[in-house]
Ligand binder design. Structure first.
Ligand SMILES: [Zn+2]
Length: 199
């Protein structure tokens, strides 16, 4: 049976996406680059419609099919510039514990599988405050990360699911650069519809 499963976004027939959602995701606009403290963050799509549904699904449950859809979106829409290592911006330990998985890691793993680039944890998160629920001003400072020594001299691709202010990926970029990464590229699957562009 070809259509024996349901769309991961809208629940209609078709797997992993129905015909309608496949078309919508193909036509989705590419957001402008988010810039924070001289770090550029590119996103494959806006956090809206089908992409938003898929990101929310992956937050709620570990799904290899959804992670692959989102990883493919990154690969198709962004020039990933031949990194040697693909990694992810780890979610707070509280969120990871509540959900039992880290959605950014699942997307990074999908990109690793599809591109044959090595997946490695490169960042540990210091402190426990989650970004969600903090004021915008607070959120601009971002979490504090600690980088693994194996990234020294490497070209690193850091993946996150959603970029809002850019604080998380900027903090990740600064931490990896300070630790001696040769090159750091930061990408997110989705940017919130009105990202703040700070120069
Ligand atoms: Zn659908």
């Amino acid at each position: 049976m070809l259509f024996d499963r349901f769309c991961e976004s809208c629940g209609e027939l078709g797997y992993p996406l129905c015909v309608g959602c496949s078309a919508k995701i193909r036509l989705a606009a590419v957001p402008p680059v988010t810039r924070l403290r001289n770090v550029e963050i590119r996103a494959a799509a806006f956090y809206d419609g089908v992409v938003r549904e898929l990101v929310l699904t992956l937050k709620q449950r570990r799904s290899r099919a959804v992670a692959t859809l989102l990883g493919d979106l990154l690969i198709q829409r962004l020039d990933l510039e031949y990194p040697e290592v693909v990694t992810w911006a780890p979610t707070s330990r509280r969120h990871a514990r509540e959900r039992g998985h880290d959605q950014a890691k699942l997307i990074a793993a999908a990109v690793s599988r599809q591109c044959g680039i090595r997946l490695r944890r490169a960042l540990l998160r210091e402190g426990e405050h989650a970004q969600t629920g903090r004021s915008r001003r607070d959120r601009l400072t971002g979490p504090t990360f600690v980088a693994a020594p194996h990234i020294e001299g490497r070209r690193i691709l850091v993946i996150d699911d959603v970029v809002t202010t850019g604080a998380t990926l900027t903090a990740a970029h600064e931490c990896l650069s300070l630790r001696g990464a040769a090159y750091v590229a930061c990408v997110a699957v989705a940017a919130t519809p009105e990202p703040m562009h700070i120069r």
